[in-house]
Design a protein around this ligand. Sequence first.
Ligand code: PLP
Ligand code: COI
Length: 338
Amino acid sequence: MDAINWSELTFGYLKTDYNVRSHYRDGKWSDPEISDSEFLNLHIASSCLHYGQEAFEGLKAFRGKDGKIRIFRMRDNALRMQASARGVMMAEFPVELFEKAVVEAVKRNERFVPPYESGASLYVRPLLIGTSAQVGVKPAREYTFVVFVTPVGPYFKEGFKTTPVVIYREYDRAAPLGTGTIKVGGNYAASLVAGEKAHENGYSAVLYLDAREKKYIDECGPANFFGIKNNTYITPQSTSILPSITNKSLIQLAEDEGLSVERRSIPIEELGTFEEAGMCGTAAVISPIQRVDDVAENKSYVFSADGKPGVICEKLYQKLRAIQYGDAPDNYGWVTVL
Ligand code: PLP
Ligand code: COI
């Protein structure tokens, strides 16, 4: 392969050597098998193509200073993919097979795990789709699970820098009792119009409000939201946001740092009281928020006048990265060392 400039990587797709696949037929999952093809052979009436029987995951593998590869919290991703499968009536992929497939995919593509110094990582993308032919709206009988990997740099091109986000009150991402809590493709399709508009206007993401009342903060495009004030980490409780594994980790690390943690509805006006705010997710890691513009209300909430990340965002970011890269002890069993 051409030499990869690891530290210049963006969050994109780069072909790697292998992916791992498993198929569900007659009520059983096949043992994960290795493929070197980047393509799937799909029936034109597959339920994933027409009725959105699709779920995906995102997790990362990191190379430590010791050269070892560490996969972060893959069991949580396996469990969340099962929740997603239940949410759109797909066959659940067993946790043990998920872990086996992820480990295999990472090992087989070891040469694509970026070196420690680059600050890049290997993004792991599991995918689950309904594949049997269906014209009536009902769940498929057959499913395919695939996991591929690709080396990535920062999701927001700025890396660990503050960026502005925007509230567009005319768009929702997910309904209050809809699919917002699971990781299905339809949620992302529903976010594209607002997301592209945000990018064209210089924002890194859309900050969604709760769809019912437009009073509370939900989440940011591809990441959860958190705010910091009075030594407290505050993050939304909502029936339409994804339970972020990064957020769950940061909650633990915030508690370890002696912060209080509140998981509750966050009224939009409360933005004015936060000392810091950030987005968090596997791809986003922590992306500190410079300001939130509420366009329709002609209001801006500024968290960083000088553009620098706040001290607590910085501390949590360093703590999380240290565990992921193996520089700090893995006190909670989050890391699988290969
Ligand atoms: N919210 C949404 C909508 C996401 O797509 C993601 C990314 O997976 C997150 C939050 C963050 O979740 P996690 O930390 O598990 O990656
Ligand atoms: C992730 O953080 O893993 C995501 O899935 C976010 C985005 C790339 C969809």
